[in-house]
Design a protein around this ligand. Sequence first.
Ligand SMILES: [Zn+2]
Length: 187
Amino acid sequence: MWGWMNSANSVNNNVNKPKFIVDFMLGRLAKWLRIFGYDTVYADRSYPENIILTSLKENRVLLTRNTGLSRKRAWKMVLIRSDKFIEQAAQVMKELKFNISEADFFTRCTFDNAGLKAVPAKESIKSKVPEYVYKTQDKFSECPVCGRIYWAGTHYGLLIKTLKKASFIKLNLHVNKLTSMTMKNTL
Ligand SMILES: [Zn+2]
């Protein structure tokens, strides 16, 4: 009934990358999965039926802390045990057997899940970012949906520290990556 839709609305460049639908109790995890570049629907206002349906329709792994929801038949599901983000991410990666890749970081808007587009000439976004950012940064990305601008920033160091502390993540991290004006709130 809905199998034909599987690839039509996928924005992932790698078809093997898991896609997620995350229940309302896991908002922080959803945001982080987007920061890591994973296509993630955050089901904050959805009824359980809609969550299950979206999981099935779009082949999304359901991440939930709701044991009631976990008894229903989603496409694939991970019942999250911890309330700590790092442990949640570790559980997801362990159970689904995948690692995050630095190349995918900040390729997706953390607010609406859209794929970010590189800004070809920074003059075009001058009015959208603080002056000191415009002066000190050269690489910017823009969300085609909400228009938010992302750039390399100091909060990235904090992200690296957090991830390194979580020894389950094996990464060769560099310092000059895109981050967003909202990283401070995310971490
Ligand atoms: Zn956006």
